[in-house]
Design a protein around this ligand. Structure first.
Ligand code: ADP
Ligand code: ADP
Length: 231
């Protein structure tokens, strides 16, 4: 059974203007998927629907078999913890330390102080920022800030990591580092969806699945370099 299932999803913000028209998609657990499309195509809208930040105008989205727009108010926080998100503009608490930013979702999840200290330490080792634990985020480079955002996004070991133009504000070198980290997150078994207009990112993961969004509809790129599932 696919892990994410979208059935005939439509979304409009303004009556009569559909950003998504008839979006159908199935994502299996452990996939790495690029969602490609020019600016304004509806990539962010789709990620917001997956996060439950917006509701579809029509259609259904199931994640792990549950319709995420029918979750009870009590179930929503637990669901959001299972979906990590990275944004182009990092969205960190800039005056706060690296530690504080990465610890936040762990605090929200009610983890113990001891657990938080050890998890943040391993997350910062993972993204190569254990030497900057107590530095305020505003003093970091863009690439470092995005590594903090990535550590924060995976802090609760989400099922899925969504990344919205994660390298959009970074130079080529910092972008390559972020793509390597996304690969490492994927290698741990996390499903990863990267939304981007930047086709050069595909070079980092030529074997990844590609889905294009155009006119509010998803199109599978058929000629993937390698088979995605064992037959
Ligand atoms: P992408 O991420 O591919 O650049 P978006 O999902 O951000 O595309 O935007 C798709 C379209 O939806 C754009 O025309 C954008 O202006 C519109 N849009 C996005 N968010 C809103 C909103 N909150 N209210 C009204 N229109 C919106
Ligand atoms: P661990 O036994 O701590 O999971 P791994 O070798 O599997 O170690 O992971 C490599 C590094 O990534 C470790 O420092 C680990 O703590 C850190 N890490 C922790 N959580 C995540 C996560 N959700 N995604 C990616 N890396 C993580």
């Amino acid at each position: 059974v696919p892990f994410i299932q979208c059935f005939h999803v439509a979304k409009s913000y303004v009556a009569g203007e559909e950003v998504l028209r008839d979006a159908n998609l199935q994502v299996f657990k452990g996939e790495f998927l690029f969602l490609m499309g020019p600016s304004g195509a509806g990539k962010s809208t789709f990620l917001k629907l997956l996060l439950g930040l917006e509701a579809p105008t029509r259609g259904h989205i199931l994640v792990d078999g549950r319709n995420i727009h029918r979750l009870s108010r009590k179930e929503i926080p637990a669901y959001r913890r299972k979906v990590g998100m990275v944004f182009q503009d990092f969205r960190l608490l800039n005056q706060d330390s690296v530690f504080h930013n990465v610890a936040l979702p762990l605090v929200a999840a009610g983890r113990s102080r001891r657990w938080i200290r050890s998890k943040v330490k391993s997350l910062l080792q993972f993204v190569g920022l254990d030497g900057k634990t107590h530095v305020p985020c505003c003093r970091l480079s863009g690439g470092e800030q995005q590594r903090v955002a990535l550590a924060r996004a995976v802090a609760n070991d989400p099922w899925v990591l969504l990344a919205d133009e994660p390298t959009g504000n970074l130079d080529a070198c910092a972008s390559a580092v972020i793509m390597e980290l996304l690969k490492a997150v994927h290698a741990r078994g996390t499903t990863v969806v990267v939304a981007t207009h930047d086709a050069s990112l595909l070079e980092h993961l030529p074997e990844a699945r590609r889905v294009h969004i155009q006119g509010g509809i998803f199109y599978e790129e058929a000629e993937a370099a390698a088979p995605r599932f064992p037959s």
